[in-house]
Design a protein around this ligand. Structure first.
Ligand code: CTP
Length: 402
């Protein structure tokens, strides 16, 4: 979001109070937010609130200051309208320019994200549905409202979508769509291997790196399937999320979805062993030491590498505490992967629970250590590398055919 210019339209709905929090979040992420309010919106939240939160004057008067709508529109990288009422949706669908927000959108060439919020019958009315269809036709992106209890007390569809969903859609509008057409399969998180009804074997993986890969790929236009072990993270919006628990469940889910994928990323920290026999009763404490018998889990990445279809790109991770590069290269060859992302599990700002990471990207003929970055920035760099590998492969294919 850093330095992105967001024209934030607010309409007259009780959900306008939520927009105040969103403006604040955007400003904290470094975006330059310019709020334009409809006259009705100013009845719910004052322009002063939005000015204070965005650090820029909030506008609502079409005739107040010269050619304000042209200046605001020309500068915007994206337009976000939230909450978008039936009235403003109708205005925009008909190309009206009778208030500052409608005029600004009409004069704007930047992508537009619309987040409807209204009573469920107003939303379901054919007039609103037709207006939304027209806006989609004009290239606007609509974030579908949620279902639940509405401000009027009724239950139905019409609640303003959650910020996480809207933020992802906005980041998608701002990102280059260089992964459009790619079908990406990502595994994330740890696996849990049950020992008895009370206990399991697992590891410290938080899933943050895999989830960052999933979100960034989706933003860049890829279709994403995320197979996730048990984590404390919310499922990212707008993708197929498949929860699993054990390594065997993960292996089964991966084999079901891998064939369709153009890129597979095994970011999960798969438990190498499971209990040789699950005890249906709780294992009781005795005076003697306990020896657990463990059975080896299948190596999911190695299985993918041994029978992958041509053209598929295979990316693995290597969680290491020593001999990082040598171990990464050994795993690259042993598992027949195209890229291994090595990370240090001992560093406090890298590896398991951290929000940052410092990784080395190892391919057959290169090795590159990235700087310390957020996990989302690291994910973007991994995708950049993956796209380069795909391009190189396409170039070699074209050469061979020539
Ligand atoms: N992996 C897998 N299935 C397993 C174990 C690992 O698919 N049963 C994948 C991981 O998702 C990762 C890569 O293999 O992409 C390397 O995982 P890592 O735990 O670093 O290495 P291991 O092969 O398990 O070897 P070791 O634990 O001895 O380092």
């Amino acid at each position: 979001m850093r330095d992105k210019k967001i024209l934030f339209g607010v309409c007259g709905s009780i959900a306008a109070f939520k927009a105040a929090g969103w403006v604040s979040s955007l400003a904290q992420e470094g975006a330059q937010v310019h709020v334009v309010m409809t006259a009705a919106a100013t009845r719910f939240v004052t322009p002063l609130t939005f000015s204070a939160l965005s650090g820029n004057p909030a506008h609502s008067e079409l005739f107040a200051a010269g050619m304000e709508h042209i200046a605001l529109s020309a500068a915007a990288d994206a337009v976000l309208i939230a909450p978008a009422t039936a009235q403003t949706i109708a205005r925009l669908a008909h190309g009206l320019a009778d208030d500052l927000l409608a005029a600004s959108v009409l004069a704007c060439a930047a992508p537009v994200l619309i987040c409807p919020a209204m009573n469920c019958r107003m939303l379901a009315h054919p007039a609103t549905q037709r207006n939304l269809a027209v806006l989609r036709e004009y290239g606007c992106r609509i974030v579908e409202p949620d279902s639940g209890r509405l401000a009027c007390g009724e239950e139905g569809t019409g609640r303003l979508a959650e910020w996480d969903t809207v933020r992802e859609a906005l980041l998608g509008l701002l990102a280059k769509q260089d992964m459009a057409g790619e079908r990406v399969l990502i595994t994330a998180g740890p696996t849990q291997e049950p020992l008895d009804p009370a206990r399991f074997l697992s590891n410290r993986s938080s899933g943050k790196m895999g989830y960052a890969l999933a979100r960034t790929a989706r933003r860049r236009g890829a279709e994403v399937t995320l197979i996730s072990g048990p984590v404390a993270l919310a499922p990212p919006p707008d993708m197929n999320v498949i929860p699993v628990r054990t390594a065997l469940e993960m292996a089964e889910a991966v084999s079901r979805h891998a064939t369709a994928a153009s890129i597979v990323v095994k970011a999960a920290a798969v438990a190498d062993f499971r209990a040789a026999a699950f005890s249906a009763q709780k294992i009781k404490k005795t005076a003697a030491d306990l020896l657990l018998a463990l059975a080896a889990n299948p190596d999911i990445l190695a299985a993918l590498g041994s029978k992958r279809r041509s053209g598929q790109l295979l990316i693995g991770f290597a969680a290491e505490s020593s001999s990082h590069e040598a171990e990464g290269r050994r795993k690259l060859l042993a598992k027949n992967a195209d890229l291994i992302v090595v990370n240090d599990i001992l560093g406090s700002s890298t590896g398991f629970e951290a929000d940052t990471n410092q990784v080395t990207l190892i391919t057959r003929n290169s090795s590159e250590t990235l700087e310390l970055l957020s996990k989302e920035e690291t994910a973007d760099r991994i995708w950049d590398k993956a796209l380069c590998l795909l391009q190189d492969r396409a170039a070699v294919g074209a050469e061979n055919r020539a």
